[in-house]
Design a protein around this ligand. Structure first.
Ligand SMILES: Cc1cc2nc3c(=O)[nH]c(=O)nc-3n(C[C@H](O)[C@H](O)[C@H](O)COP(=O)(O)OP(=O)(O)OC[C@H]3O[C@@H](n4cnc5c(N)ncnc54)[C@H](O)[C@@H]3O)c2cc1C
Length: 386
């Protein structure tokens, strides 16, 4: 571990990593962070990740607005996905007192520069149609609120700080602080001492212990915090309706390598994931019944009219349309490759190799799938590992 730094931040949660990142962005590169175990090992690991801007305190409001601004730019700055989803937040006023609170908050929000709107029950329901709004008087809407992945945001800020020269020391527990004759701080850790001009304590729930090392009594107490994890809620599953492109491609890729037709595998996987075995069977039946009836009807018609030149032409035309639709679906889904772990050039190379092997060299599809698919899996795994 280095012996000196301009600033030492103690604690590698979202606050410590955020401070390190903020300093490094302002050009303070001679900074170090000391973390007792691993980054995010404290309460950051448990946070639900909600980013709500509702507060009546002017400075806290400004801090939240700044936080949202930083989070929004993190992916572009660090190339790390932080799961930021700006979905807005509704707070419901079901009583006169709550409505008064929200009404008076509107001028606070304006002074803070926080966007906020007071909505009628009908307007709120337009934003969230599952809302039971019969007893509601109004709703406060903060459109810039959202949620983020707390561990990912911490790791991204740590990367942004490291990229600018900051150092992070893990498994490094601070045991004590001492003022030196020159006015600096000597910090004792299990891995030796480090001196610095400034110390920042960001030890979260350990703030009292860290404060005590400095002779301070920090008036902080942990507050009981709860969250619920529910089973899939049918109305929400129904509302969500469809997978994102990335989720679909992931599932599709798995369906490809499982034995059996893709559509059967996909329906079993998706139905099973949301509603267990009955869901898997219902999805399979639902997906197969209508196409099966159509295919059987077509088979009967084909047997009777196959020799008719009009029918033969129509079938050829339908084949061309199917091929076009498959190609178009492939092109549309190709956009999801941008977020793939592998660089776009590697993905394009694997696609091109697949085309050459199957379409030009006529290799059996199964070998190409296992060969190129296996190569893709290994390359992705290696990149995820690093
Ligand atoms: C269940 C739950 C849900 C939550 N949901 C939300 C939410 O939705 N939105 C929200 O904004 N907040 C939420 N929070 C609060 C949020 O998690 C905390 O405010 C935040 O994580 C605090 O970050 P921190 O960096 O200050 O502390 P921590 O994440 O606790 O980090 C402190 C770090 O300091 C290290 N440390 C301690 N002592 C030493 C030492 N002597 N030497 C070196 N390192 C040391 C610890 O190992 C730890 O890694 C939630 C919290 C919980 C528990």
């Amino acid at each position: 571990m280095q012996k000196h730094a301009r600033v030492v931040v103690v604690g590698g949660g979202c606050v410590g990593a955020g401070i390190l990142y903020g300093l490094a962005r302002r050009g303070w590169s001679d900074v170090a962070l000391l973390e007792r175990t691993q980054l995010t090992a404290g309460s950051t690991w448990h946070a639900a990740g909600l980013v709500p801007s509702y507060t009546r305190n002017f400075n806290v409001g400004r801090m939240i607005a700044k936080t949202i601004e930083i989070y929004e730019g993190l992916e572009a700055d660090t190339s790390q996905n932080v799961g930021w989803h700006k979905c807005g937040q509704l707070r419901l006023a079901n009583s006169r007192e709550r409505l008064d609170e929200f009404t008076s908050y509107m001028s606070v929000a304006e002074a803070q520069g926080t966007r906020a709107e007071l909505l009628s029950p009908g307007e709120a329901r337009k934003l969230w149609p599952l809302l039971a709004h019969e007893k509601m008087l109004a709703a406060l809407y903060n459109p810039d609120d959202g949620h983020i992945a707390p561990a990912d945001v911490t790791q991204a800020m740590a990367k942004g700080a490291r990229d600018r020269g900051a150092k992070i020391y893990l498994e490094t527990e601070v045991k004590g602080f001492e003022r030196t004759a020159s006015g600096e701080w000597k910090i004792t850790t299990n891995r030796g001492d480090i001196t610095c001009e400034h110390v920042v304590c960001a030890t979260g729930n350990y703030a009292r212990q860290t404060g005590a090392m400095l002779g301070l009594e920090i008036p902080a107490i942990p507050i009981i915090h709860q969250y619920w994890i529910t089973e899939a809620i049918p109305e929400l599953v129904e509302r969500k309706q469809w997978l994102t492109q990335e989720e679909f491609i992931e599932d599709w890729a798995v369906a490809q390598i499982m034995p059996g037709p893709n559509v059967v595998n996909l329906s079993l996987m998706i139905g099973g994931r949301h509603f267990g075995v009955p869901g898997a069977l219902a999805a399979l039946a639902g997906l197969l019944v209508v196409p099966l009836v159509l295919v059987l009807a077509l088979a009967v018609l084909h047997a009777r009219f196959a020799d008719d030149p009009g029918v033969a032409g129509a079938l050829r035309g339908m084949t061309a349309v199917c091929a076009g639709m498959i190609g178009a679906a492939g092109l549309r889904l190709a956009g999801a490759l941008k977020k793939n772990t592998m660089p776009l050039s590697w993905c394009a190379g694997i696609c091109a190799a697949g085309f050459v092997l199957v379409a030009l060299l006529k290799y059996p599809l199964v070998w190409v799938l296992f060969g190129l698919g296996g190569l893709g899996c290994i390359l992705t795994w290696r990149r995820l590992k690093t």
